[in-house]
Design a protein around this ligand. Sequence first.
Ligand code: GUN
Length: 318
Amino acid sequence: MPLRNLLKIESMILRKVKSKVETLLLKGMPVSDTIRSGLEPRVKSLNEDGIVPQLAAIIIGDDPASQVYVRNKSRAFDKLDCKSHTYQLEADSNKQDVLALIDTLNHDEEVHGILIQLPLPGHLDSKTILHAVSPEKDVDGFHPENLGLLLEGNPIFIPCTPHGILEILKYYEICVSGRHAVIVGRSNIVGKPMFALLAQKFEMGNATVTICHTGTKDLTAHTKQADIIIAAAGSPNMITGDMIKAGVDIIDVGINRVNDDSEKGYKLIGDVNTESVMGIANSVTPVPGGVGPMTITMLLVNTVMSAEKNRELIACQS
Ligand code: GUN
């Protein structure tokens, strides 16, 4: 090959290498630590008034991922001098027993937050169970009253994972307003509340939002247009480098267990093939260590807020 052509190829390669962006890893821990530090004086003030923010977590059955999640919650609450009590029920518990426990907790003045760990065993209808939680103690924000307030733009309890995502975007100064956000996944836990938040006219919203799901015909056609991608489909490595445009900010919500030959027997991977988006995306949250640490932190935020609201209510009554 003539030298001239060789030089041309070299310069093309160099240009390609140079044009690769350095993709920023949006780690959750610094965001989580900052928020938890901000909670410390608030918890101290509550403690001084004889109030200990308390979460009651109900877990039905023995789903291993749920067990880990609930254990981590308890640890985080203990660390911040808050209480977390786990009610472990048998997998075959009937609806009446679960509703009776929720009713007791709804009336327990020392409990400020009630969490029903999802997914529930198949024989229990999650709507019936979630609707039974008092909206004033619904720290997950899953009760229709709280979801309605969120849609209206006046939320009290914002669902923890979407709330944590907003905090990550805010901490890393990622602009949302006026950009095109594509959400992949329409779950009640992430996709739908995320849509309500990002579309809302406020500081961390005001985006044009597209929501993709299993009925979407050409996912890539949408993700290629996205300035922000929220991957929350629960499908390992679903979003790859060839599905995105340069400069996109990616939030990976997936926490998928895939078997491997490690000591644990599995590893956690996201909905995004992180390696393939490096050098193309502006930023991406890692898995683990991205959105994961935020969910429990936002649960702490909601539980402390609930305890503060309760203190105000008692002060008004006396
Ligand atoms: N299961 C997976 N994520 C969540 C969550 O945010 N809240 C509850 N209650 N269950 C979950």
